[in-house]
Every structure is written in C-alpha cells, then in structure tokens.
Ligand binder design. Structure first.
Ligand code: FPP
Length: 258
C-alpha cells in the first residue's frame, strides 16, 4: 500500500512534528513545474538525461507524499509544447521515461484509488503512449482518493486555442448564445474542465516564470519558488512550500475586512 491515511505520526515519526503539521491548511490543488533536471545532472558530470531519470523517480515519491499529506489534486508539468525543440536524444529519453512511468502510474493508480488524467495535446504523442494514456484515464475514471494530472505536450496558449476552436463550433451549432459565454463556460472547454484551479504553484530550481503553464487556471494561485532542483525535491521541501502557502493572505482581489 503506497498511500496511508493522513497520519502525521507516520509522516514524521514523532509527536512534535505531528503538531507541526496538524495546524497547516493543506491546499486542495498543488501544481508543480519540475525544473532543474539538466543542471542537476551537469553538476555531477552526467548527461542531462540522467537528471530526467532521477526526476522521474522523484515524481513517484512526491505523488505518494502529496496523497499522504491530504492534497487532493496534483498537476505536474512533464513536457511542454516548446520542449520538442530540445536535442532529439533528450526528447527520445523523455518519451521513453513517460512510457515507463505510465506503467508504474497505472499500478499505483489501481492500488491507491488515484485518478489520473493527462492534459495537453495528446494527438501529438506517439500512438503507443496515447494508448497507455487512454487505458490509464479510462480505468482510473471512478477513483476519488487522489487526482494526478500530468501535463504532456502541454502549453497554455495551445490549450486555449484548442478550446476556442471547439467552442466556436459549438457556438456556430447554436449550443450557446454570445451572452452565455462566461468564465465557467470557457473553463469547461479547457483540458482541466472539472478540476479546481491550483491553490499553490511550486517551481523548482530558481527560475521565476510561468513558462506557458496553466495561465488561465493560475489566475489566483499562490506562487512558491525554490532554488532546490527537481531531483533533490522531497517531502520536506513540499511541506516547506505548504508552510509558505499558509503564511499567505489570499484576498482574490478584495480588501481584507477589519
Ligand atoms: C525541466 O528540467 C524538466 C523537464 C523539461 C521535464 C520534466 C521531466 C521529468 C521530471 C522526468 C520525467 C517525468 C515523468 C512524469 C516521468 P530541465 O531539463 O529544463 O532542467 P534545466 O533547467 O536544469 O536544464
């Protein structure tokens, strides 16, 4: 059994730490930009692909940790629409890792009541990967304990354009009137329809940008940036991010009542 009931004792093995975590408000949805694999590997005199392999192992661990902490939705940025322009060998390795990971993910999903969805333009992926995704999404459709979204061949601008094309067809077919186009309707055409917006966005490895990631959905998310590269990211770092999130004052554009 990979996940366990939310028991701070089992997470940290002590009463003091239990108190440390029990007062924390756990964000419902955490999104992550997993950056720094290449630099992490280079620092060790290894090829960039070595960093991606280590990064894939960390994905498995963080997914488990997020579930155990009580996070309900985790969205990870695995491959952007811009990442195709990386060296061929690197793209090939990443696709190989996704294929392998989807198999591990399937077993974990079945074992842990975890629903898995892939966001992004799936039609741009190899047929065998598309098939693995189809089976994983279908077989985990009714699972509710934890929701994992993997962004592959994902770009926010691409997602919005794809959404708008479908939406325009529906409009042309008379499915809604111009006045009925509101934020909720637009959201329903996105890859993340039915998934709440992220509360907390984490980016590892020191870069301070959004890189075309969930730009509509992150409108009111809290951002947390850490210098820790993704291959070194772990449960303690995730808890640190949640602690920072707890210190934020989310006002959603309003003023605070005094
Ligand atoms: C950014 O690091 C990372 C990526 C572009 C890919 C993320 C992929 C993984 C974590 C591994 C595979 C994922 C799964 C889901 C199995 P970078 O290469 O841009 O690092 P750099 O900024 O140091 O060059």
């Amino acid at each position: 059994m990979l996940f366990c009931a939310v028991s701070p004792v089992s997470l940290y093995g002590g009463m003091k730490q239990m108190d440390d975590i029990s007062h924390l408000k756990i964000p419902t949805h955490v999104s992550i930009i997993m950056d720094g694999n290449g630099r992490w590997a280079k620092k060790r005199g290894m090829p960039r692909t070595y960093g991606h392999k280590k990064g894939a192992d960390v994905v498995v661990d963080i997914c488990r940790d997020a579930g155990n902490l009580g996070i309900k939705y985790l969205t990870i940025y695995a491959f952007s629409t811009e990442n195709w322009s990386r060296p061929e060998k690197e793209v090939k390795t990443l696709m190989l890792l996704f294929g392998r990971y989807l198999k591990i993910c399937y077993d974990e999903s079945m074992e842990n009541n975890m629903r898995v969805r892939v966001i992004g333009d799936k039609t741009g992926l190899a047929p065998d990967i598309q098939e693995k995704i189809r089976v994983l999404e279908e077989d985990s459709r009714t699972f509710t304990r934890f929701n994992l979204q993997i962004a592959i061949n994902y770009g926010s601008r691409d997602e919005m354009l794809r959404a708008m094309r479908v939406m325009l067809d529906d409009y042309k077919d008379g499915k809604f009137k111009k006045e009925e186009l509101d934020e909720a309707r637009f959201s329903s055409y996105l890859d993340t329809a039915d998934i709440p917006d992220p509360d907390l966005m984490i980016r590892t490895s020191g870069e301070l940008r959004l890189s075309n990631y969930l730009m509509w959905q992150h409108a009111y998310s809290e951002f947390y940036f850490t210098d820790v590269p993704w291959p070194d990211f772990n449960k303690a770092e995730l808890v640190k991010a949640i602690e920072a999130y707890n210190a934020r004052d989310r006002r959603y554009g309003k003023v605070k009542e005094t």
